[in-house]
Design a protein around this ligand. Sequence first.
Ligand code: B12
Ligand code: SF4
Length: 560
Amino acid sequence: MPDVSPFPVIHTQAATVSRNTSRPILLVGFQHQGNLGLGYLASTLRQHGYSVIICDIEAPPDQIVATALQSNPIIIGFSLIFQFYILQYQRIISMLRQAGVDCHFTMGGHFPSLSHIQTLNMVPELDSVVRFEGEMTLLELADVIGNDGDWRAVPGIAFRAENGTADGIATTPMRSLVDDLDLLPYPDRNYEPETAIGHKAIPLLASRGCARTCSFCSIQTFYRAAPGKIVRTRKPALVVEEMRSLYLDRGTKIFLFQDDDFPLFGPVWRRWAATFVSELHRSGLSSRVIWKMNCRADSVDADVFASLRDAGLYLVYMGLESGNEEGLKTLHKQVTVEQNLRAVRLLKQVGLLFEFGFMLFDPGSTLDSVRANLNFLRTILADGCAAAVFCRMLPYDGTPIKDELERTGRLKGDIVKPDYDFLDPRVNALYASLSGIVDVWGWIHGYRALSPQLNWVSNEIAIVERMCPGLPDLPELKQTVRRLTKASNEILFEVVEDLLNIAINGGTTTWTNARLDVYRRQFLDELLDARNTFVDRHQTALLDSLEIDALLPINEPAIA
Ligand code: B12
Ligand code: SF4
């Protein structure tokens, strides 16, 4: 039987030196929904003998400072995965220094990797930035610092240099991306996971990297800037083995694949997916667990998705992004409107729930393109299958579109709020009036907003359909949620349309924030009432569905 569970220890340059593990390493990051980056860093360090403490960046700052003072770490590693959090990190980092914490401070993540100079300039208390995938670099940094070695020679970092560079920042040779993801230990998951209708939902990865080149996305540049293979898939049998251990040890029945683009596109990844499906069936998990993944519209195929559905797939997140050809070109999606429409049609046909990313506005927006986007949303959501969500494209650091806006003198704002104006002033006015009237934080954005709540209840229904098939009242609840979703979408679309017509023909709108808030509250009240009544009525069956069936077939994965 192949060796699947123990992880061979991967070595760094410093692996041969004796390791000083007497002091812990403190990691600070955004923990909501479980942070896989921090998880992999922590498990790699632990595998090599270090003790690791993880603090949530959203914990009270005093608590983070107290933990640092008490634990006397060798390094504090900050994980910045959302660039707009940089000020929050800045504040905590300077509090730590003021409190006398004098160990090595480093930071990693997309923004620090791609914009290391800005990061070091904005956060002067940092000693270094770890660039790109950080497992091996952080380990080596700890090894070298623990032995009072020259950390400035560790590959894969940036730091302030007194001389020799024009901008005062030096970089060491880049470290290659992790070649074989299966050599990494399972990520640390020592936190209370999110639950959906009582079921734990745990994030995991089957691959890293994305082969596509969307202009607004920092993932493609992140995985291209570092040397090494851009997309790396794990062995399907080992992914299933991780799921199996999470099922048995943690009672996990919902798995959230956070892969940027789940391996499905093209013949090689289709084969990968087929093997994954057969491993799930072989392990006995396909009838016991459900899972969600992210993919592009051009990966959707009726037969493939039917087989994924039969192996537990219940929710698909698709980055549709635009509903007009010009917009798709600006965003360099390399899909057509028809492909987007087709993907949605096929998912509905196969009976899969879907959520989507959509940018009503992008830097090339015109009044016509906004109307086309609106019509697109109306088409795909006409049956109330999902609540409308949309946003304005934001030019994140490290993206081709940000560089283009900068080159053409259109980039505005700063790292926390990067922005731009549309070329047609009427689109600017439309966007401003729309954000003023639709309190998007109450309707579209934010965990408690209406659209996410509607989608959340649809998600719960899809879970119950799979975990407790045949429960009475479920079809009625589903119908109610669809009706509410449809009505909520229609109001949102009416507002956009009204403001769009005003942007073209002039006039004033009768929509106000207060009027919308009345609708919003009505929808939310009805939604919560229907959902809670259902849960109350079926508590016993829902609780029973949380039980774990430990009688899985003995798993002897065939490693490809
Ligand atoms: C999962 C996820 C989420 C989860 C977060 C879960 C969590 N706590 O981590 C949820 C769903 C909450 C989420 C929300 C959002 N997300 Co999100 N998310 C992701 C996603 C898909 C995967 C993250 C992940 O697990 N990666 C896998 C791990 C292994 O990789 P990693 O995080 O990069 O970590 C490695 C390295 O970066 C490095 N590293 C990272 N930290 C550190 C620290 C140290 C000390 C060191 C040494 C190294 C290091 O080493 C790690 C291991 O190799 C990423 C895309 C991506 N590929 O990263 C987007 C991404 C991070 N999200 C993004 C965005 C925009 C959002 C939202 C704004 C979306 C929205 N419109 O609402 C919100 C913001 C939430 C908020 N609070 O404001 C953007 C961020 C863009 C930016 N430049 O800021 C990303 C990059 C996607 C994209 N390109 O658009 N997201
Ligand atoms: S948006 Fe998605 S498909 Fe496009 S480059 Fe980013 S991760 Fe890949």
